[in-house]
Design a protein around this ligand. Structure first.
Ligand code: DX5
Ligand code: ZN
Length: 229
């Protein structure tokens, strides 16, 4: 299907529900249920870099067939380069890989761009924003983890808000235009503060898929974030 950026194009807030929290036996219906979001967040975990084993490029392809929403693919794997390129070939719009797992980040960003995907770099809670100084200008999105990668449903680490603010300052100081995404523990309690600090994209797994009315959950998260800008 042709891609859009969700139905609410006037909102500066982008919501990316993580299908890690979806009912996987009903994935098609679950994806239909989030049509008012802006991205489908696909968490690729290899059972090595993080303990959990999840999806691969086939699920990205299936998601692309099922929905016009672009796929935001988040790689939590020991060796991100080969799988990142497969994710791009499978049609992911953004492909994020962790700076902690990728010493050749500049090369991978270029290779992803050559495949038509937007390169994105992710930061674990223990990694300072300064780790991105030399790569920030080569990526289109930075993912600030609000939890340790590996599982949905974990408690948000409050320091994440300060890291987003530091990153937004770096973006302004260097006149860069990457999106700032926060992933992990996002909810109505922190969306306003995250937006105020500079977050553009809000990943939400358990908050969206744990709700019986997903459209209402997406709308409430969007409103909470908009109130913070
Ligand atoms: C965690 C994943 C997240 C997770 C978010 O490693 O990267 O995308 O699904 O889930 P919640 O929103 O429940 O923390
Ligand atoms: Zn994720």
């Amino acid at each position: 299907m042709p891609e859009t950026l969700g139905t609410d194009r006037t909102s500066p807030v982008r919501i990316a529900p993580s299908i890690l929290s979806a009912d996987l036996l009903r994935l098609g219906e679950e994806i239909e249920d989030i049509s008012t979001a802006d991205f489908i967040h696909v968490d690729v975990m290899d059972g090595v870099w993080v303990p959990h084993l999840t999806f691969g490029p086939d699920v990205i392809m299936a998601s692309r067939r099922a929905s016009s929403l672009p796929v935001d693919c988040h790689l939590m794997v020991e060796d991100p380069a080969p799988i990142a390129l497969q994710a791009a070939e499978a049609g992911a719009r953004y492909v994020s890989f962790h700076i902690e797992a990728c010493p050749l980040a500049h090369r991978l960003a270029q290779e992803l761009r050559a495949k038509g995907a937007h390169p994105a770099i992710a930061l674990n809670p223990a990694t300072p924003v300064s780790a991105l100084e030399e790569i920030a200008q080569y990526v289109d999105m930075v993912v600030v983890m609000g939890v340790e990668p590996g599982f949905s449903g974990q408690a948000f680490i409050p320091r994440t808000v300060g890291k987003v603010r530091e990153l937004a300052e770096l973006r302004d100081a260097r006149a860069l235009d990457f999106l700032i995404e926060v992933d992990g523990g996002v909810s109505l309690e922190n969306a306003g503060a995250l937006a105020e600090a500079g977050t553009d994209v809000f990943v939400a797994g358990s908050f969206v898929f744990g709700a019986s009315d997903r459209a209402a959950a997406i709308a409430s998260l969007r409103a909470a974030a908009e109130a913070g800008y």
